[in-house]
Design a protein around this ligand. Structure first.
Ligand code: THG
Length: 372
């Protein structure tokens, strides 16, 4: 496929780390929340093997925070998600579907409770801040919605634990998965969560002070030499093998959270109030007619620009939404929206790429379970 440059503009916002990563071998950007998100350095496959063995620092500032503050903040956050946050605790992260009034997906952020009256919604790529502002003003809620200057650095990979301990001290090793706290480095406080968009383990540093953040960035790279540290970015091979979903790729506003397999983050029983609840109650009674599943395809490479129909003879089985060559399975693995009649994993299908027909089969997600 022909490659093009991305033309920079003010509305395609850079991050505090853009100049760093550009001088460290960045080769491709994508955009995310109207911001630059690094997409490649040495190549996805090389980066995949490195991520699984060493440690990487990712500039994921494009995972923007919607900050909600005020007396009605909990009410507003709950209005937008079908996950029950009644018992949520300060200091914890919650992966939660954001849905619309029809019960369809808008985003799949991590919601962080900083205080009873202060929340961050750490977004995937869609304008949830505008949704929140509309609700707050339309319902006259006492909730202030803003996008603070918070820029995330993810430190991912099996050696991330040793590196973070070396730089930030022993206390960081006590942080539990999806917990967060403040840690001090050279007199500056950093908000750090144990999370990240890979299943190789690691942390996310929510940087609130740009200058202090750049100092920490440089320190991570010098302290990380002994751990073979490299700059990186979310890796499509690792995330597909691990079954981490990508908003806008694997699902969009035409899909509901049941169809995305988010059942454990849906509450239709309790007495909580959120938009789309009626719709989800109805869907939970009727059942769904399509859902996201894994697929394996006999191909040694794939490049996807839009969803690809999967056929069984003349019948449509579903649509391939994301796919990548997996060095582990030595074939293409992907995430596809599969019609109910074909959930039976024995189903095989054909798909056409560049005028050639290829065979594939359906399987469960995740392809590789590597819970840390
Ligand atoms: N980190 C932060 N913000 C983000 C992402 C992130 N915003 C955008 C995007 N990623 C949101 N999507 C996800 C998807 C999956 C996970 C996190 C964010 C994830 N899932 C675990 C899993 O599926 O196993 C854990 C889920 C759970 O325990 O509930 O980590 O990466 N800051």
């Amino acid at each position: 496929m022909k490659k093009f440059y991305i033309a920079k503009a003010r509305r395609l916002r850079g991050t505090p780390f853009s100049s760093r990563i550009e001088s460290q071998g960045l080769t491709a950007y994508t955009t995310y929340n109207h911001m630059l998100l690094p997409a490649a350095f040495e190549g996805t496959e090389k980066e995949y093997f490195h991520l699984k063995e060493h440690v990487q620092v990712w500039d994921v500032a494009a995972e923007r925070q919607v900050q909600i503050v005020g007396k009605d903040s909990a009410k507003l956050v709950q209005l937008m998600t079908c996950r029950n946050l009644l018992k949520s605790k300060v200091g914890k992260c919650y992966y939660a579907p954001i849905i619309d009034e029809q019960g369809n997906m808008i985003n799949d952020p991590i919601i962080l409770k900083l205080d009873e009256n202060k929340w961050w919604i750490s977004l995937a790529d869609s304008d949830v801040g505008l949704y929140a502002k509309g609700l707050a003003s339309g319902l006259k809620l006492q909730a202030e919605v803003s996008e603070p200057d918070v820029n995330i650095l993810a430190v991912q990979g099996p050696k991330s634990f040793k590196l973070m301990e070396k730089v930030l001290g022993k206390k960081i090793t006590e942080l539990k998965f999806f917990g967060f706290d403040y840690f001090t480095f050279k007199g500056n406080k950093f908000f750090i969560a144990r999370s990240g968009w890979s299943k190789q383990g690691g942390y996310e540093i929510y940087i609130e002070n740009r200058e202090a953040g750049l100092n920490l960035y440089d320190e991570l790279f010098s302290a990380g030499k002994e751990f073979n540290i490299k700059p990186g970015c979310p890796n499509s091979i690792e995330r597909i093998e691990s079954g981490l979903l990508s908003c806008g790729n694997d699902f969009d506003n035409g899909d509901n959270p049941y169809e995305c397999g988010f059942d454990k983050y849906i509450d239709v029983e309790s007495d909580i109030n959120y938009l789309g609840k009626k719709a989800l109650v109805q869907i939970s009674k009727e059942g769904i007619k399509k859902k996201l599943m894994g697929v394996k395809i006999d191909l040694d490479k794939v490049e996807m620009m839009e969803e690809i129909p999967l056929q069984n003879g003349k019948s449509l089985v579903g649509h391939l939404r994301s796919a990548v060559y997996s060095p582990h399975f030595k074939k293409v693995v992907g995430i596809a929206m599969i019609k109910k009649e074909y959930w039976d994993k024995k189903t095989s299908f054909e798909l056409e790429i560049n005028g050639e027909k290829n065979k594939g089969s359906i399987c469960d997600l995740p392809f590789i379970s590597n819970d840390k």
